[in-house]
Design a protein around this ligand. Sequence first.
Ligand code: FAD
Ligand code: FES
Length: 274
Amino acid sequence: MFKIVKRKEMAKGTVVLNEIEAPLIAAKAKPGQFVILKANEAGERIPLTMADTNPEKGTITIIFMVVGKSTALFATLKEGDAYMDVIGPLGAPTHIEKLGKVVCVGGGTGVAVLHPITRALKQAGNEVTCIIGARNKELLILEDEMRAASHDLRVCTDDGSYGHHGFVTDVLKAVLTENKDMKLAVAIGPVPMMKACSAVTKEFGVKTMVSLNPIMVDGTGMCGGCRVSVGGKTKFACVDGPEFDGHEVDFDELTLRLRAYTEQEKESYTCYRK
Ligand SMILES: Cc1cc2nc3c(=O)[nH]c(=O)nc-3n(C[C@H](O)[C@H](O)[C@H](O)COP(=O)(O)OP(=O)(O)OC[C@H]3O[C@@H](n4cnc5c(N)ncnc54)[C@H](O)[C@@H]3O)c2cc1C
Ligand code: FES
């Protein structure tokens, strides 16, 4: 069993942070890697990225948005409760090197996934500009943490309730216009946001890394559930990724595959809430 030692609600309770005792995973995990968790015997296994790890304390931190049955069930767990299974670290770690100027773009809960990567890029000696966005101020997460992890933080909200009024792509365009020597962009968030960011960086010729979130089952490359097309080749996000070159990803196919079980997911969530 994997005990929850800290629980915090963010973004008006729609996003939940759990710090979990998992010493073996905490000792090995690297930025960009994820875990697959199951709440109880009857629970579904779902993948979540580690937003932080503390090897000394033996804990990992996950931050998830409540979107359906399993995340709603996870949100009911209190401090002192435990997950039945936490498997990991899974996926390939982010390739971190000193390149010079880098820009990290996060949208919604993607900011949680971006956080350890941004911190590692800064620690490696890069000059990091960060752009984070949310639909409104109340849904923005980890602002202080992202400010600490970067040299320059720009905030956007779709409704203009805080920071720049507009999308992260507007600010990304401005940052790339100001910095012709940008060496790398990292964009993590909803699929349409990663697609739009990759289109902007392509225009500017800046290499771009995105973190894909297809449906996963086993997380070990055996089931094929997380199949994505990258550069015309089939890849499995759980073992070949989850990070890929944003200019090579077939985002439209990913969008279609993510919608494959929408009806069943809705039905399962409705039954759970009854
Ligand atoms: C490698 C990886 C890392 C992830 N890290 C995080 C994270 O750190 N924080 C976080 O909040 N989420 C993360 N996700 C997404 C998370 O796994 C899903 O939100 C979760 O599985 C939904 O489960 P559910 O049973 O609550 O909802 P479901 O009933 O499965 O789905 C409810 C709704 O959410 C949509 N949905 C389901 N799965 C995904 C998905 N993978 N991406 C986008 N939309 C989806 C469905 O289309 C549906 O509309 C990650 C996904 C992957 C593959
Ligand atoms: S989740 Fe099964 S192959 Fe990736």
